[in-house]
Structures are given as C-alpha cells and as structure tokens.
Design a protein around this ligand. Structure first.
Ligand code: NAD
Length: 317
C-alpha cells in the first residue's frame, strides 16, 4: 500500500475507520469521507495524528464532491452506507438514495477519474433466508429487507461497470462483522449490543428462540480482505463472501460472552422475531481463498476475546 492514494468512504464508521488505520500503517495516503450520519470523529483520533490522512465531511449523494475528491486516487474503498436493516424497512427511499444512487455516484466518478480499483462493502443480507447453506456466491439471491435489495442492486452495478467500462470493481459480501468501534445502539450488531448490556448489568434479549446462527466475522479479518482485494486484479468484476466461514448459534455465543465477561447474575431473555431477520447464515469461503488467498484468522469466540480486552481497557472495566 506504500505510496497508494486511497479514498475511504464511511471513514468515520466502524469498519471504515479500522480500514483507514490499517492503510495508514501500511504507508498509504488516505482521504476519508463521511457525512457523520452514523460516524464518530473519535474513531479517527489516531488517523488524524498521521500527516498522510485527510478527512472531509461530505455526502456520497454529492456527485461533484466525489469527482473532486477522486482526482489522483488509485483505490476507492466504498464503506459508506445506510447500514441498518430495521431502519431500511422504515425508510426504504433514503436507503436506496444512499446505498444505490450513492454507489452509482462512486462508480461514475471513479470511471471519469480512471481509478484503478473500487472495492465495495456488500452484505450477506443479499442472500435472504434461503435454506441453502453455506451461502455461495453463485446461488440465487433473495433479499428480504430493502437494505438487502439495495446491496444487491449496488453489487450488480459494480459487475456491470466492470463489464461495460472495464473498471476493476470488487464487491465483498461481509457476514456479521464485529469488533472495536462498533456502536452499541439499537440498530447495531448483536455482539456490541450484548457486550454493553452485560457490563451495564442488564440481561441480553435475543429476538426469537436463539437457535438462529450467524457467521460472525472479526473486523480485522474484514480489513485484511479489503487490503488483499484492493491490490488484486483477479477479482475484477467479482463478488466474494468475506466471513469466518463458521456459524455459531446466538444462544451459544451469548452464553460464552456472559461467561468470558465474568459478570454474575446475567441471564438471556427471549422475545419475538424481528421483521426482516434471517434464521441461519454462513458463508462458503472457497472463492475468497482461491482468488485472494483470504482465510479468516479469527472465529466468533477468539474475536470476541480480543474485542473484550479492548472494551475493558477502553472503559477501565
Ligand atoms: N457491520 C456489519 O456487520 C456489516 C455487514 C455487512 C455489510 N456491512 C457494510 O459495511 C459498510 C460499513 O459498515 P459499518 O458497520 O462500519 O457501519 P457504520 O454505520 O459504522 O459506517 C457507515 C458510515 O457511512 C457513513 N455514511 C452514511 N451515509 C453516508 C452518506 N450519504 N455519505 C457519506 N457517508 C455516509 C456513516 O456516517 C458511517 O460513518 C457498510 O456499507 C455496511 O453496509 C457491514
């Protein structure tokens, strides 16, 4: 990455900021863009101490801004998005404007500016609740939520822009990412929410019977996959799963979280299933291994242990 000039959209968000730090540590010159809809400046505290980093507050719906920022850019990592599945059910138009039209703006500006590589943050939500497991890239997509539909449409634009304009585009379908800097708001990932609840002495509440399973992916693995994809020619026009490749049931994981946290008198509670949620999900990792040489270095439990250490240190717990 030494000497590369990189634009990261959604740079003040959970994944974007972790990616920014990793790119800077590898010697890249990084421009971060975020409209602060869900981002936090504290996520960029260490990046802002680095002279090779510049942050701009701005919106991916502003095409002229993108065109301006993409002058002399080699790689674009497009992480900015309307990221909440439940909120996309309440605000599908806004979700489409940001996640579909915003992505199209990125592609159009990248094309005009001859950007070498565009890596897009897609999501396992494009698979929906199909019974086939593991989810493999070539299976029929059946998203349930407007968020999943928007990610599917954006992916299709990336593939199309590779075919018709020869842009080197790659979509990475992330599966349930977790780790440092993830928010613990109602709409965040379940591990961040439960961790905060456990330390507040509250019982974690699972939607459904807890038998649902997920392929929780530690943020460091996602960052590594992005760096590999950013430098890869083999993945042009491709869509790849990025996961740990190993499912875990939600009740099982929550019990481990409670135990590892060392907190007493915490019990799991259960409530009704959430609209748009899927039952089981885990990713087939063969294509990412074949094209990127990517293999996860963490599973849900080892990732959680590292996240817990970070969390305790951050809040002096
Ligand atoms: N976290 C996960 O488990 C997960 C799973 C699959 C896919 N993804 C995708 O990964 C990417 C990063 O997600 P995250 O978990 O870091 O979420 P996040 O909400 O922390 O980060 C997204 C960032 O995008 C910014 N943003 C939103 N709208 C914008 C706009 N119009 N213009 C500029 N910036 C805007 C937000 O302020 C935020 O900082 C997203 O594209 C998300 O859809 C995340």
């Amino acid at each position: 990455m030494e000497g590369k000039r990189i634009l990261v959209t959604g740079a003040a968000g959970f994944i974007g900021s972790n990616l920014v730090d990793a790119l800077l540590s590898q010697g890249a010159v990084v421009i971060g863009l975020d409209n602060m809809f869900n981002g936090r400046m504290e996520n960029l505290e260490s990046a802002q101490k680095n002279k090779k980093f510049t942050f701009y507050k701005g919106d991916i719906r502003d095409y002229d801004r993108l065109l301006h920022l993409m002058r002399d850019i080699d790689i674009v990592y497009h992480e900015a998005a309307f990221t909440s599945v439940p909120q996309s059910i309440i605000m599908p138009q806004l979700c489409n404007d940001v996640n579909v039209s915003g992505t199209l703006n990125i592609l159009n500006a990248a094309r005009i500016r001859d950007v070498e590589k565009i890596v897009f943050a897609s999501s396992s939500s494009v698979y929906g609740d199909t019974p086939t497991l593991p989810k493999h890239e070539n299976m029929k997509l059946d998203p349930i939520s407007p968020y999943g539909v928007a990610k599917q449409a954006a992916e299709a634009y990336l593939v199309s822009y590779n075919r018709v304009y020869g842009l080197n585009t790659t979509a990475l379908r992330y599966f349930n990412v977790f780790g440092p800097r993830q928010k613990d708001s109602t709409y965040s990932g379940v591990i961040a929410i439960f961790l905060a609840q456990i330390f507040e002495g509250k019982n974690p509440i699972i939607f459904g019977d807890g038998k649902q399973s997920r392929d929780f992916t530690y943020v460091k693995d996602v960052v590594r996959a992005n760096i590999l994809a950013g430098l890869s020619k083999e993945t042009a026009g491709k869509v790849l799963n990025i996961a740990a490749g190993k499912p875990i049931g939600l009740t099982e994981l929550t019990k481990i979280m409670i135990q590892e946290s060392g907190k007493k008198n915490i019990d799991i509670e259960y409530t009704s299933v959430r609209n748009g949620d899927i039952l089981h999900s885990y990713g087939d990792m063969n294509l990412a291994k074949q094209l990127l040489g990517y293999e996860a270095q963490y599973d849900a439990v080892s990732g959680f242990k590292e996240y817990l250490d970070y969390y305790k240190a951050k809040f002096n717990l």
